[in-house]
Design a protein around this ligand. Structure first.
Ligand code: NAD
Ligand code: UDP
Ligand code: UDP
Length: 326
């Protein structure tokens, strides 16, 4: 599309009212672009984008990506999809539809507009990995019929569609495989480990460790991740991904619980509970490719990131006490 102001782009973000989408909206507006934030508000909230409504370059569009969309934009970031297990398992059929039909619609839109399209894929495409850490070449170990499959297989199929549109229609695609990311505006009740532990610690409630807590995850702070998104989008047409974006610092879930208790000064005890089905035992990104191709690596240490996330949830404490009946 021929723009009036050359460097200013009109950028569509699907899932723009969610945790990551709202931070991406902030960053792109700061860079001087126009942002169309599309969301059906399934897990995202108006509160995440409240501060943007008066912004002259910001527009909110309530829409479900599983339906076609005819608008004019210069770039698309496709983030729409519930990301936490309790949310994506709430309506698993809709989760797969969101990933698959959503990808088809956004790829169809990008094809008509001849514009770049970014896909928020996930480390879940590696499933319960038998290769550690996970490089992009690893094909994964995913159960196709389990309770996580709606998310994992939906995202895998979306990747397939992205690469077929690239090969068949010469579309410029950018596929990022995102590893666990945390920060302010995570949903307080989405059951993800960082938000769960912080909320439990602030409310002095038991910290729920699933299994024995020896499983590992690598946690990336959202500022670092958003920088990776933008760098990937700015690459030339030969860079398609998939490219891992995440923090290689690996912690056991027990270590995370101890860190959160210490940093919040909480009196919470640890409560061990059953490990959910198909819970991956370990996960850590190999980010060699991101370093080489994007010159990107995370800069924010877990303590700094946790401090900012704890501060965010502390502000919400009066409300959280009501919601959690404390
Ligand atoms: P989130 O749940 O906060 O955001 C997802 C957003 O998508 C929400 O605002 C939700 O309302 C919206 N949405 C869901 N279904 C939709 C539909 N059918 N139509 C329109 N909007 C819809 O989650 P997040 O953590 O911000 O994740 C954003 C993206 O990044 C997701 O695609 C997720 O799979 C991916 N991702 C996130 C992580 C992470 O650790 N946060 C890790 C890997 C991948
Ligand atoms: N689509 C859309 N907006 C557009 C163009 C296409 O939402 O501007 C959707 C539409 O639902 C279409 C899908 O994207 O079915 C795939 O588009 P494509 O052109 O690849 O396929 P076709 O239109 O032939 O089905
Ligand atoms: N987890 C936990 N207690 C919680 C929430 C999660 O021990 O209250 C564990 C969960 O079983 C998993 C890890 O923490 O091993 C990360 O879970 P999350 O849902 O945040 O992300 P994912 O499993 O998708 O990586």
């Amino acid at each position: 599309m021929q723009r009036l102001y050359d460097s200013r782009k009109r950028i569509l973000i699907t899932g723009g009212a969610g945790f990551l989408g709202s931070h991406l909206s902030d960053r792109l507006l700061e860079q001087g672009h126009e942002v169309i934030c599309l969301d059906n508000l399934f897990t995202g909230t108006k509160r995440n984008i409240d501060h943007l409504h008066a912004h002259p370059r910001f527009e909110f569009l309530r829409h479900d990506v599983t339906f076609p969309l005819y608008i004019e934009v210069d770039e698309i970031y496709n983030l729409a999809c519930p990301a936490s297990p309790i949310h994506y398992q709430h309506d698993p059929v809709q989760t797969t539809k969101t990933s698959v039909h959503g990808a088809i619609n956004m790829l169809g839109l990008a094809k008509r507009l001849h514009c770049k399209v970014f896909q928020a894929s996930t480390s879940e495409v590696y499933g319960d990995p038998s290769v550690h850490p996970q490089p992009e070449e690893y094909w994964g170990n995913v159960n196709p019929i389990g309770i996580r499959s709606c998310y994992d297989e939906g995202k895998r199929c979306a990747e397939t569609l992205f690469f077929d549109y690239h090969r068949q229609h010469d579309l410029e695609i950018k596929v990022a495989r995102i590893f666990n990311t945390y920060g302010p505006r995570m949903h307080h009740a989405d059951g993800r480990v960082v938000s769960n532990f912080i909320v439990q610690a602030l409310l002095n409630k038991p910290i729920t460790i699933f299994g024995d807590g020896s499983q590992t995850r690598s946690f990336c702070f959202m500022d670092d991740l958003i920088e990776g998104f933008i760098r990937l989008m700015e690459t030339g047409p030969d860079v398609t991904g998939p490219i891992n974006l995440g923090n290689p610092g690996e912690f056991t879930i027990r270590e995370l619980a101890e860190k959160v208790i210490e940093m919040t000064g909480s009196d919470s005890e640890i409560s061990y509970q059953d490990l959910p089905q198909d819970d991956p035992k370990q996960r850590r990104p190999d980010i060699t490719k991101a370093k080489e191709v994007l010159g990107w690596e995370p800069k924010i240490q877990i303590e700094q990131g946790l401090e900012r996330t704890i501060a965010h949830f502390r502000e919400l404490l009066p409300e959280l006490k009501v919601v959690h009946g404390v």
